[in-house]
Ligand binder design. Structure first.
Ligand code: NAD
Length: 304
């Protein structure tokens, strides 16, 4: 059985839905958990409440687990990490999960809808991860999860603000995986689908039974276990199905010819090859894509 004894975990937005399931899962396997939740509405409007975080902590304690509640907004990320240090003396695992929705067609989207969603999903994930980072670097150990969304990966009508923020988290995770590698800090992004108050009106009737947050939790715990040393991956996870997602690039075309001006017609005439995925490429590092580009340029120049 994979255990988290002596590990300290912060789960943001752990008062409901997916975050609650993660907090219960970590605690059941021996971790000390900071259950962060400001107890807000799904849109981020209105009053806050300590109840959701308190109830999760009570549940964990009633099962013999260790947890404390934290009611800060994720925008006060530093204070949440300090709660972990103050109560449990360290921070090993951070699950960036808190989130809101302010869905509107792009035409009707206000700056407030845009800004609030960027702030809570992307900027706050930066703030709290930055606060945890120095501790993780120092102790040469850390496990970080970012929660992205299929709305970012594939687009979704009415979610321009959310899609943009969620794809921002993929970029953040990719780069922190590189920067954390030599400190044994791993980072992953997950795109879950689960029945929760955020999605209950959007999902089909049998979703409550088939898309439980409990069917996402085991992946998050596995990625955060010390025995899992993979890093920098993106996963889609829902209903018990888990798969890895990566970018695909067409082989493309070198449309420029040696010592000739490059024209719009060169693009048009090579369009089929530019967009063909007949022989796709998958680069897993920046170096691989740079090599591919320069190979193409050199090949073209050598045909001079
Ligand atoms: P949820 O509404 O059930 O839970 C989110 C929790 O975050 C709530 O308890 C809320 O109070 C808390 N929260 C919101 N703003 C906060 C803030 N500023 N500070 C602290 N806590 C805050 O939603 P969920 O479906 O469990 O979603 C969890 C995460 O998963 C979100 O980031 C969401 O975007 C993402 N996600 C969910 C789905 C899905 O199908 N449920 C799909 C893709 C992505």
């Amino acid at each position: 059985m994979l255990r988290f004894s002596a590990r300290v975990v912060v789960v943001t937005g752990a008062g409901n839905g997916l975050g609650k399931e993660y907090a219960l899962g970590f605690a059941e396997r021996g971790a000390s958990v900071v259950v962060n939740d400001l107890g807000g509405s799904a849109s981020g409007d209105g009053n806050h409440s300590s109840r959701p975080a308190d109830e999760v902590v009570k549940l964990i304690q009633s099962r013999g687990g260790k947890a404390v509640a934290d009611y800060h907004s994720v925008e006060d990320g530093k204070a949440i990490i300090e709660a972990a240090i103050k109560n449990f003396g360290r921070i090993d695992i951070l699950v960036n999960n808190a989130g809101i929705l302010r869905d509107k067609s792009f035409m009707n989207m206000t700056e407030q809808d845009w800004d609030l969603v960027q702030r809570i999903h992307l900027r706050a994930a930066y703030l709290i991860t930055h606060a945890a980072w120095s501790y993780m670097r120092q102790q040469k150990y850390g496990r970080i999860i970012f929660t992205t969304s299929t709305s970012g990966l594939y687009g979704n009508f009415g979610q321009a603000n959310y899609s943009a923020a969620k794809m921002g988290l993929v970029g953040l995770s990719n780069t922190l995986a590189l920067e954390g590698a030599k400190y044994n800090i791993t980072c992953h992004a997950i795109a879950p689908t689960a029945y929760s108050r955020l999605t209950q009106d959007l999902l089909p009737p049998d979703a409550e039974e088939n898309l439980k947050p409990a069917f996402v939790m085991p992946l998050v715990l596995y990625l955060c276990h010390e025995s899992c040393t993979d890093t920098g991956s993106l996963f889609q996870v829902a209903g018990g199905w888990i798969g890895k997602v990566r970018l695909e690039k067409s082989s493309g075309a070198m449309v420029r010819r040696p010592n000739k001006p490059m024209t719009v017609e060169d693009v048009r005439d090579n369009w089929k090859d530019i967009i063909s995925f007949a022989t796709p490429l998958h680069h897993s590092t920046q170096a691989e894509q740079v090599t591919h580009l320069w190979d193409a340029i050199r090949k073209m120049n050598n045909n001079n």
